[in-house]
Design a protein around this ligand. Structure first.
Ligand code: GLA
Ligand code: ZN
Length: 686
């Protein structure tokens, strides 16, 4: 039975290919050439107007859309489409000059001057009014334009403002949340260092010149910033939805950007999209980085429960803001573009179409270089992507059937980042989550990446590295999930604090203690060079036999109802549990006490995949650095077999009947992948 999501916009039911297009930086004869080049590059959807406010409204209340009319008309005449942006990501100088309140105030309480972009107050009534006006104008003018496919809200919402308007809004938010000052003081544990507030007006946003050590306050401020951004975003959406209810709305997210909890933005958007800028060929092997990027794509797909997302920006060659702006090696452009599609994207979009001539992004990668023509390596790479995408119409609207979920939770990341203890600096939360994800990527087992609020019952295996914070109800849902037959994996430093960053009393991992069957009494932090050893107990049910390394974090835990599968080998806690298994209800809960390396996690999850009978995309062994990802409509399967190594690789297929979607040929029983090569295969859904 075939089951698909509708296309992003049914008016163009293909995989979209294009990118940020800034014709307002160029004279009109260049636009004509752009149209010719877009066809050659197989580009069909352009993001227009992202930073064009002053061109749309050169003076207050005086609108000029003539140029934009011509741009959209030209696109339509050339069978291309537009993702049309609201221009709030940057504002005209006249506005900042006349209404300084639209400019942001920093945590040091200094107001910014006009300049750069992304520099506006989310609270300012004047800014909101101006945004409402221009969004209304855009929607009214283009509601029936044949080029319009989607709204692109602003650009990369982010940052925070500490102006007086925002301070008032923060206090209002707190009053609504806590009701009484007493409740707030209790939640924030303000008796510490005489921080008790005796009047609401004393409360300010966190500041390096004021209060920034009250963890509950820091957390609430971050929640407020997210809520205020969502509120601003809804304010942007309102006129668009009122006038063009049929046009979907998105905004470009930034992966694991820590400033906003994207799970709160997603429900307000019709489609999730994100901007991906991996540092290929730099600090780690490309396949290790490839797995990390796969993880982020999976977040974006999971944000709307499996619905296809958009790769809204990526660079066609290099990224000028990186410390070292290395070029993508041959093959990497096609591979990294199709990787997004493999994980659920229905688009490949770039920043940017044409390299600007001046200012700070004139040296950023672009489809059309300063040379101005199509005879470049990068242009050919882009055209190659376009040609492949044109053969993948069947993939549109398909999704990824994941039986495994990794929990990566923004608020947990905030609390961990603020925690003073164990090891200063990065607590390794994101890297832990990505490390636990890696074995599945290597085996070709699809994974969802969710936050702690999501429904767990659809998964056979749920992995929650360092679930330090437990919001109300989470431990109960995990417990229910395991009782009903699920398999849950937790690690050291879980169940330490509640939603207010107050430590659980009575023993860690707090409310997860019964389901995990362990009591974590202490946790040892190691120096970078320190190591402990972990040895599996003989006859352990996972059949683990290696001698594994423990580094950085080693919890000292007591098995209460759990059985011990491995123990530490050295130091004063030699013999204490390093890995436990608690049979609970119909299910089981594993607890990993130590931070291990890839070898341990590879062995551990490899065995769980076998024991739980988790579906692999390809039932054959993949060479290291090669992954297989799957999209399906429940009837036809589309496999993306991707080689993230610079060597040629051979991959055995697990049967006959595979068709190469790009060449149309029968794939035979094995395929050869070039360096950074990939194959898209189709088969009947198993
Ligand atoms: C971000 C922005 C773009 C551009 C690129 C450059 O993603 O959204 O406008 O500045 O970075 O990498
Ligand atoms: Zn403000």
């Amino acid at each position: 039975m075939s089951n698909r999501y509708p296309p992003l916009n049914p008016r163009f039911p293909h995989l979209w290919h294009g990118g940020d297009y800034n014709p307002d930086q160029w004279p009109e004869d260049v636009w004509v050439e752009d149209m010719r080049l877009m066809k050659l590059a197989h580009c069909n959807v352009m993001s227009v107007g992202i930073f064009s406010w002053v061109r749309m409204e050169p003076a207050e209340g005086q609108f000029d859309f003539g140029w934009l009319d011509r741009v959209l008309d030209m696109l339509a005449e050339n069978d291309a489409y537009a993702v049309l942006a609201t221009p709030s990501g940057a504002r005209p100088a006249w506005m900042s000059q006349k209404y300084p309140e639209v400019l942001r105030v920093g945590p040091d309480r200094r107001r910014n001057l006009h300049g750069k972009r992304h520099n506006h107050c989310m609270t300012s009534p004047v800014y909101r009014e101006k945004v409402h006006l221009i969004n209304t104008q855009l929607a009214e003018r283009y509601k029936d334009h044949p080029a319009l496919l989607m709204w692109h809200l602003s650009n990369e919402y982010g940052g925070e403002c500490h102006c007086d308007l925002c301070q008032d809004a923060f206090r209002t938010w707190l009053k609504r949340k806590y009701g009484t000052l007493e409740a707030l003081n209790q939640a924030w544990w303000t008796a510490f260092w005489s921080h008790t507030y005796t009047d609401w007006s004393q409360i300010e946003s966190p500041s390096p010149i004021g209060e920034d050590l009250v963890h509950g306050q820091n957390l609430d401020w971050k929640r407020f910033v997210t809520d205020q951004t969502v509120d601003f975003m809804k304010h942007e959406i309102a006129p668009l939805k009122a006038i063009t209810p049929q046009v979907p709305v998105t905004t470009n997210l930034m992966g694991t950007y820590p400033g906003l909890n994207y799970w709160r933005l997603a429900p307000e958007l019709d489609v999730v999209s994100w901007d991906s800028y991996p540092r290929w060929h730099q600090f780690e092997s490309d396949w290790e980085l490839g797995a990390k990027i796969g993880f982020v794509h999976d977040i974006n797909r999971s944000l709307k429960g499996g619905q296809p997302f958009m790769l809204m920006e990526s660079t066609p060659s290099m990224t000028n803001w990186m410390t070292v702006a290395k070029l993508k090696r041959p093959g990497m452009h096609v591979l990294s573009s199709l990787q997004a599609v493999a994980h659920g994207s229905d688009t490949v979009q770039y920043f940017q179409w044409r390299k600007s001539r001046g200012s700070s992004e004139k040296l950023h990668g672009a489809v059309v270089d300063h040379a101005g023509h199509e005879h470049t390596r990068v242009f050919r790479d882009v055209a190659d992507v376009g040609e492949i995408l044109e053969k993948l119409d069947d993939v549109v609207g398909t999704t990824v059937p994941a039986e495994v979920a990794v929990i990566y939770d923004w608020e947990n990341a905030w609390a961990l980042a603020d925690a003073k203890g164990l090891r200063q600096g990065d607590k390794g939360y994101l890297s832990d989550c990505q490390q636990h994800y890696l074995p599945f990527w290597q085996l070709g087992v699809p994974v969802d990446v969710i936050d702690m609020e999501q429904d767990l019952s659809r998964y056979k295996l749920v992995i929650a590295p360092m679930l330090y914070m437990l919001r109300p109800g989470v431990a109960e849902r995990v417990t229910e999930y395991v009782r009903a037959g699920g398999t849950f994996v937790a690690t050291y430093w879980s169940g330490i604090v509640d939603e207010n960053d107050l430590c659980f009393l009575g023993g860690f991992p707090g409310p997860l203690r019964p389901v995990l069957g362990v009591w974590e009494e202490e946790i040892d932090a190691l120096l970078d060079t320190d190591r402990n050893q972990v040895a599996p107990s003989s006859g352990n049910p996972l059949g683990l036999s290696g001698d594994y390394e423990a580094r950085e974090l080693c919890a000292l835990a007591h098995a209460e109802t759990a059985s011990v599968l491995a123990t530490y080998q050295t130091d004063f806690y030699a013999g204490m549990p390093a890995l436990t298994l608690n049979a609970f209800g119909q299910g089981q809960a594993y607890y990993i006490a130590f931070r291990g390396g890839d070898t341990f996690l590879g062995d551990f999850y490899g065995q769980l995949v076998a024991d739980l009978g988790l579906r692999k995309v390809l039932n054959s062994d993949l060479p290291q650095g090669v992954t297989a990802q799957l999209r399906t409509d429940g009837d036809r399967d589309y496999l993306f077999v991707m080689n993230f190594t610079p060597e040629v690789q051979q991959v055995m297929l697990d049967g006959a009947g595979y068709v190469d979607k790009v060449t149309g040929a029968d794939a035979g029983r094995s395929i050869q992948l070039d360096a950074y090569g990939l194959a898209v295969l189709e088969r009947q859904h198993a």
